[in-house]
Design a binder for this molecule. Structure first.
Ligand code: NCD
Ligand code: ZN
Length: 357
């Protein structure tokens, strides 16, 4: 049976980079078109480290999505100096939903990140007490460690000990890329969950070099070998409630990607739910899409499911070669490729599905 139409509860994006300024105005509407809510990453320059800065950033995002119901769920950037009082203020704010741990030097705008997790024990203690989740970029940063092993070593060196020291701390292992990360989350208690990006489901590291160097497939954590991609695909087929949608859509201008020292980050917000839908269809597990995209995330964060629905229809359309990013150019994920699912423009009601033999 081939599905022609699929209606699901409106999804959320549990890991999104929206940037600020003109870039924000360019990319935010893409997320608001499909997602009801998104966890907004705080790695601006300078980073969003305080509740006061998060309020300012929230206002800027709301202005960029004016006229929509899109709800930004804000995060603070954890530093060596984040105080327990800042955590209490974040909890009281109600609109801050987590703290993001970037090991210093791990990725874009992570220089102000954490140099040693033991510097954060006071803040983590307070997060555990107040139920505010820790969102983790899980890679070790020491340059002697092979880039393909950084996630696995982070589990052994940092994450496993952290879960032992703070067993009640809620942790989202962001954008997991390895079998080891998937296994770690599966074996952990329900305080540990993970997001999975479209690129880590669709590709393995060969995609970085297919026919020549492919800067638009470069993100961090970097794509891994096929066995890890297969492990992530097995996760979505399993329907485990510990994993949910997080695009890690991270726009960089074309010339910052196609450069002698190209930036890490893939922009996928232009077609995120359509791409995930194709992947779930291809894996013959479309019935798992709604929980992954719309239920598992809010259940973990203790938030309600969305009340609206979206309808996807089977219809070919072509992803443009580029979009605008302020007055620069942005190459979207899967640029120029044909997508087979499309969001129906008509506001949908109910949860019907139609199939053709
Ligand atoms: C992200 C960015 O550009 O902000 N880049 C990326 O490759 N994913 C940062 C991050 O999430 O690592
Ligand atoms: Zn990210």
């Amino acid at each position: 049976m081939t599905k022609k139409q699929l209606t699901i509860t409106q999804p959320d994006d549990w890991h999104l980079h929206l940037r600020d300024g003109e870039a924000l105005n360019s990319v935010a509407p893409f997320s608001a078109r499909q997602f009801a809510r998104a966890i907004i990453m705080p790695n601006l320059d300078p980073p969003v480290t305080t509740v006061v800065q998060a309020v300012e950033y929230l206002d800027e995002i709301l202005a960029a999505v004016d006229g929509t119901d899109f709800e930004p769920l804000m995060t603070l950037y954890l530093t060596d100096n984040t105080s327990p009082d800042e955590i209490i203020a974040a909890r009281k704010s109600c609109f801050i939903k987590g703290l993001k741990l970037y090991p210093a030097g791990a990725t874009t705008n992570s220089d102000a990140g954490v140099t040693d997790i033991s510097n954060c024990y006071g803040a983590l203690e307070e997060m555990q007490r107040s139920g505010l989740p820790l969102l983790v970029h899980g890679e070790v940063t020491t340059s002697d460690i092979d880039i393909f092993d950084r996630e696995k070593l982070f589990i052994d060196r940092t994450l496993q000990p952290l879960t032992e020291r703070f067993p009640g701390l809620k942790i989202v292992f962001e954008h997991i890329t390895t079998k080891e990360a998937a296994d770690f989350v599966l074996q952990s208690n329900n305080n540990i969950a993970a997001t999975i990006t479209p690129q880590h489901l669709l590709f393995n590291r060969n995609a970085l070099f297919r026919g020549g160097l492919q800067p638009h497939h470069y993100c961090l954590p970097v794509l891994k070998r096929d066995l890890h991609q297969q492990a992530l695909l097995a996760i979505i087929r399993s329907g485990s409630h510990k994993f949910f949608l997080g695009t890690d859509s991270a726009p960089h201008a074309r010339l910052k990607k196609e450069s002698p020292c190209g930036c890490a980050g893939i922009f996928s917000a232009h077609a995120a739910i359509e791409i995930y839908t194709s992947i779930f269809e291809q894996q013959d597990c479309l019935e798992n899409l709604e929980a992954f995209a719309s239920f598992n995330g809010p259940d973990f964060y203790g938030l309600p499911h969305n009340s609206k629905t979206i309808t996807l229809i089977k219809e070919d359309w072509q992803i443009p070669d580029e979009y605008a990013l302020g007055n620069e150019s942005l190459v979207p994920f899967l640029a120029g490729q044909t997508m087979s699912w499309k969001i129906s423009e008509q506001e949908s009601q109910g949860t019907s599905e139609t199939e053709e033999p």
